[in-house]
Design a protein around this ligand. Structure first.
Ligand code: EPZ
Length: 419
């Protein structure tokens, strides 16, 4: 099997313009929700990513018709005739658990395997299962499989999440949209992707309010129609490109972004000495000659600093003039990129949830391996700034969440190619 790698020659200032693709973490739950529509849906601004392709394969396996035309995806769920997700597809994408509520609601039953752990540590689904059980689902967990049924259909319930889980909030919103009665989610996730899912469901006729806040109310309706929806921009991809510009003392114009969704991360770039200018759907970053350190980054649920931006920002902090401190509060093993960054000359110490980054004057190129999606992006960022050649392998991780990553960076002046 041929192994593809990225070859990056640095250091190279990024200068130019990058168009940011649609949000992966919005497309996935919206594709799951489309199963509940009584007519076809068209989703615009859908990035070509392996996770999105996997989600489309799951829908096709279930009997839906799914077609892609450029960045638009058409789903006709009316032919759905199955209620299971094969193990191979579950293993390919842990977040397939977000299909569970939709399948139970649509088919009255569901059979899928337990999503295994992943690079970020165990991915428990206890909050998903407890919530769906309160809505009337009977879920048996045996031999690594989830066998679910809802003989009397799903009904509204009061759901209080012990943690504002993004996936669990999405699963409940989807399952509740056609349940019998009212569902109230307390301590709901507040990410922009939650609001985007709510917008999609409302356009199909669902009655949802409070999305974006900690309490969401869903009045179940008997049926949903189809709709045409444009997916929000990917705020994590945007923060990745901002970190790339900052790390390379560059100047970038990002188009097709929503600066409001980036409000948890922009202060970090300003603290590092970058100058930011924002317009309605564009933003520009100009990096200082030498980055200042970031005193304390704690990843938190939205509107806190996003865990997905931790790795890219750590890559940038490696070159700051001073010590930056990170605390990863969301996932228990999300510092795998630190070891690879050390190979490029970074100075990082990890103690449990805390990572201390001592900035260095320069990084030097080396062969590195992407440990996961955002860690892979961090290694590319460091490679852009490192002196000499950096080879990045493990591209299947990066392809899950970044569309045209190499082309976008090369178009902004990076010396990067994929072979
Ligand atoms: C979503 O994952 C995103 N994925 C993740 O992005 C993101 O990192 C995460 O939210 C946090 O923002 C998608 O949207 C497809 P959670 P999700 O449920 O829903 C614990 C990326 O890089 N938890 O909010 O799985 C869990 O272990 C990916 O694009 C439970 O304990 O995140 C974790 O520690 C990576 N029990 C924390 O909550 C549960 O039932 C946050 O998980 C569910 C979650």
């Amino acid at each position: 099997m041929t192994v593809e790698k990225l070859f990056i020659e640095g250091p190279n200032k990024l200068a130019g313009e990058i168009a940011v693709h649609g949000a992966k973490n919005s497309v996935l739950p919206i594709l799951a929700a489309s199963m509940l529509c009584g007519a076809g849906c068209v989703l615009h601004n859908c990035p070509v990513l392996s996770d999105v392709e996997t989600a489309m394969r799951i829908l096709r396996h279930l009997g839906c018709r799914v077609e892609r035309s450029g960045s638009s995806v058409f789903v006709d769920p009316t032919g759905m005739d199955r209620d299971d997700i094969p193990d191979c597809l579950m293993r390919e994408m842990r977040s397939s658990i977000v299909f569970l509520g939709a399948i139970i609601s649509r088919a009255g039953s569901a059979h899928l395997s337990f999503p295994g752990g992943c690079e970020l540590g165990p991915r428990p689904i206890d909050l998903h299962l407890a919530a769906l059980r309160r809505m009337g689902a009977v879920i048996r967990e045996n031999h690594g499989c989830l066998d679910c049924s809802a003989p009397e259909g799903l009904h509204g319930a009061r759901i209080s999440l012990s943690f504002p889980s993004v996936g669990a909030t999405e699963n409940v919103m989807i399952a509740a949209s056609r349940a019998d009665g009212t569902t109230v989610i307390s301590n709901a996730a507040r990410e922009p992707e939650i609001c985007d899912l709510a917008d999609f469901l409302r356009q199909c006729g669902a009655e949802i309010s409070g999305d974006g806040e900690s309490t969401i109310v869903i009045e179940g309706v008997p049926a949903l129609g189809g709709c045409e929806h444009r997916v929000i921009p990917d705020r994590i991809a945007a923060s990745t490109f901002l970190a790339a510009a900052a790390a390379t003392n560059g100047r970038l114009l990002l188009t097709g972004v929503n600066p409001l969704h980036l409000s948890p991360v922009l202060p970090v770039f300003e603290e590092a000495g970058c100058r930011l200018r924002c317009w309605e759907n564009r933003m520009e970053i100009k990096a200082p000659p030498r980055l200042r350190p970031i005193k304390g980054i704690r990843t938190m649920p939205y509107p806190g600093f996003p865990t997905d931006s931790q790795a890219p920002v750590m890559a940038m902090a490696c070159l700051a003039e001073g010590t930056s401190v990170f605390v990863e509060n969301i996932f228990e093993s999300r510092y795998k990129h630190a070891g690879e960054l050390l190979r490029l000359g970074a100075n990082i110490k990890v103690e449990g949830r805390v990572a201390v980054v001592e900035g260095v004057k320069r990084l030097s190129g080396a062969p590195v391996e992407a440990p996961d999606l955002r860690g892979g992006a961090a290694l590319v960022i460091a490679g852009l700034a490192a002196e000499g050649l950096t080879e990045v392998s493990g591209l299947r991780h990066i392809d899950r969440g970044y569309e045209h990553f190499t082309e976008s960076l090369a178009g902004a002046g990076a010396s990067i190619c994929r072979r």
